[in-house]
Design a protein around this ligand. Structure first.
Ligand code: ZN
Length: 300
């Protein structure tokens, strides 16, 4: 099974006996190995169903001793499907910041989010030009954003929940790639990975106000819509509630950062609409997420 991003609905493709994953065709075409995992460890073609429970992350400190070996084994297996390994991995801290970090050799290897060197706390974006190194972020509704520079042979990966999106973390990563590696935004290929869709993503008025303050009302009105909403007693809330379009918000940020429109792939795969396939925080509040990975390797 390999699900590709598509403008159609998601497609299950059962042509592999590996761990199932989605990938971005635009990056595949550049020879940049990339993936977004699912709930499934494997897929049984004959029964047309997946074996669930691919744990890739430890979210609570107290689970670490028991879960770490499983998590590292699964992440290593995923990375090996991209021709890398966990020895070549750097991960984000998933703190909902807009901080971007330049990966060094010392950051590579099996690391838990719950046990990181002090200098790497509060990082939601990673960039690197180290060859064959892969970057990993996690998401259970927050989309990952993949960045590839086939000219400077550098990559970036960010975790973009609403706070990182508000702080324009994809633009921060691109600015850093520009100063660090000499990247030109017009050369970059980017993809907004699977994550929660606008229909599923109800937000409080205060989130709209924050975007309106920082992005301006006109931009906020392009990414928020009012939906009908009901209180617990079943009564309709007058005026409804705001919903946020994280995909469009990050697409706008990438365009503003100078990325060409046809170099932005946008996934239409919603983790909450497809909670049978993906771990979704809003759907289940589960102790697991998906892994997003990108390897710094190009065929150009
Ligand atoms: Zn949805």
């Amino acid at each position: 099974m390999k699900i590709r991003y598509s403008n159609q609905n998601i497609i299950f493709n059962t042509h592999t006996d590996q761990i199932p994953y989605l990938s971005v065709k635009m990056l595949d075409d550049l020879g940049v190995p990339n993936l977004y995992s699912t709930r499934f460890q494997s897929f049984d073609e004959q029964r047309n169903e997946g074996k669930e429970g691919l744990r890739v992350v430890v979210m609570k400190h107290e689970d670490a001793a028991e879960a770490a070996p499983v998590v590292f084994k699964n992440r290593d297996a995923l990375a090996r499907q991209l021709g890398s390994s966990i020895k070549q991995e750097a991960i984000t801290d998933q703190m909902h910041t807009n901080h971007v970090y330049v990966v060094t050799d010392e950051d590579l290897g099996p690391i838990l989010r719950t046990e990181k060197p002090a200098h790497r706390r509060n990082i939601d974006g990673l960039i690197t030009n180290l060859p064959d190194v892969h970057l990993t972020a996690f998401g259970g509704d927050c989309p990952p954003i993949y960045i590839a520079d086939p000219v400077k042979h550098a990559i970036g990966l960010v975790h973009a929940g609403w706070k990182g999106t508000l702080g324009k973390i994809p633009a921060k990563a691109i600015e850093r790639m520009t100063t660090q590696f000499g990247s030109d935004p017009r050369d970059l290929y980017t993809a907004i990975g699977p994550g929660i869709c606008i229909d599923c993503y109800e937000m409080g008025d205060e989130v709209y106000e924050q975007f309106s303050d920082q992005w301006g009302r006109e931009s906020a009105d392009q990414i928020f819509r009012r939906y009908p909403a009901f209180a617990e007693d079943g009564k309709e809330i007058p005026g409804g509630k705001y919903h946020l379009d994280l995909r469009e918000a990050n697409r706008m940020t990438l365009l503003e950062a100078g990325v060409k429109e046809d170099h932005i792939a946008v996934s239409n795969v919603c983790t909450m609409c497809n909670a049978d396939i993906f771990y979704s925080y809003r759907a289940h509040r589960m102790e697991n997420e998906q892994a997003a990975m990108i390897v710094n390797r190009f065929n150009v």
